[in-house]
Design a binder for this molecule. Structure first.
Ligand code: HEM
Length: 308
């Protein structure tokens, strides 16, 4: 299986290289020289960012994020909810399926993106080119999953008045106490992740496609924005890198929350069910809604003492 994948990626690398060397276009020949004349603005900014800051920033952020997770885990520890009680059906098979495809795509996208950022440390060449092509293939998986994610979850992801209160207490994650927090089916943190993954994802797909296809016809974009083709590529690279860092950080937080910070939370994306106690504490407004609509037979009641 691995050998087949390797042969496929090698052929893809060769095909792309051959295709590029034959072209007489705005990127590779005469116009390349003309385009370089407009180096000052985005060219200089891109060279500076890529040459001096991006890799170091990513390295520092990576260390910071891992340290914060470790600190949180050691000081506050994970939230544990009873797994012996009732379960509440939270995610349909379709939701779990598109989520699974998105997860697979990002598990490939993020590490291969990091390999490209640290390309020179990996010696460049075949391995980095292979990661670039894998990055492109994984994007197709993400495109397939992002549309249903947008449509199925947008309603539940709309801002609510209690989001502000959730934000003020950071969702209760800085406390060991188990007290109901103000959140619907998705809390403010999850909503933020959704917007980054879906809308940030669309920007990542677009800017990534510009860089992957390099020589696409950009005449209309050039007219609308009054910039050259190469500047479109430079801006794409800048946006893709900076937004990519944000996406990777949120992805890391998402995995930390799902796998470590809320023990057993990942089961909801495997079998569709959440623990009743978890919903009562972490998604109290949704729990109330389900109780009021008689969609569940609640074991917990919010009394006048319980402040949500
Ligand atoms: C290995 C990777 C992943 C794991 C283990 C994972 C796990 C989970 C779990 C357990 C939930 C339900 C959490 C809850 O409702 O309390 C969830 C929800 C969600 N996942 Fe993932 N996920 C992964 C990757 C992704 C990716 C790549 C995306 C988007 C591109 C994504 C987007 C979402 C969104 C928007 C939600 C709903 C809001 C939220 O819970 O944050 N997930 N995921």
């Amino acid at each position: 299986m691995c050998k087949v994948l390797l042969v496929f990626l090698t052929c893809l690398n060769l095909l792309i290289a051959a295709d590029v060397s034959l072209k007489d276009t705005q990127i590779w020949n005469e116009q390349r020289v003309l385009n370089i004349n407009s180096y000052e603005n985005f060219g200089a900014l891109w060279t500076k960012l890529q040459g001096e800051y991006i890799a170091s920033a990513v390295f520092i952020i990576l260390i910071l994020v891992i340290s914060i997770f470790a600190l949180h885990y050691m000081v506050i520890g994970p939230k544990k909810f009873s797994h012996d009680g009732k379960k509440i059906y939270a995610f349909s098979t379709f939701e779990r399926l598109f989520h699974f495809v998105a997860a697979i795509s990002w598990i490939i996208l993020v590490p291969t993106g990091l390999v490209m950022i640290f390309g020179s440390y990996f010696g460049g060449g075949f391995f980095v080119r292979m990661c670039k092509n894998l990055h492109g293939i994984a994007t197709i998986l993400f495109i397939i999953s992002v549309i249903p994610m947008l449509l199925c979850w947008i309603k539940r992801m709309l801002p609510a008045s209690y989001d502000l209160r959730w934000m003020m207490i950071v969702g209760g994650y800085l406390s060991k106490e188990k007290r109901p927090v103000p959140a619907g089916k998705f809390n403010f943190g999850q909503k933020s992740w959704y917007y980054i993954a879906v809308f940030g994802g669309f920007i990542m797909i677009t800017t990534g496609a510009f860089m992957f296809f390099l020589d696409f016809n950009s005449a209309s974009l050039q007219t609308i924005f009054g910039i050259s083709h190469i500047d479109i590529l430079r801006i794409s690279a800048i946006v893709h890198n900076i937004l990519g860092i944000l996406c990777a950080v949120f992805f890391a937080i998402h995995i930390y929350m799902a796998v470590f910070a809320i023990k057993g939370s990942i089961h909801s994306m495997i079998n569709g069910y959440k623990e009743e106690e978890e919903v009562y504490i972490l998604h109290s407004y949704w729990y109330k809604e389900l109780s009021d609509k008689k969609q569940i037979n609640p074991s917990y009641i919010y009394d006048s003492e319980t402040k949500i």
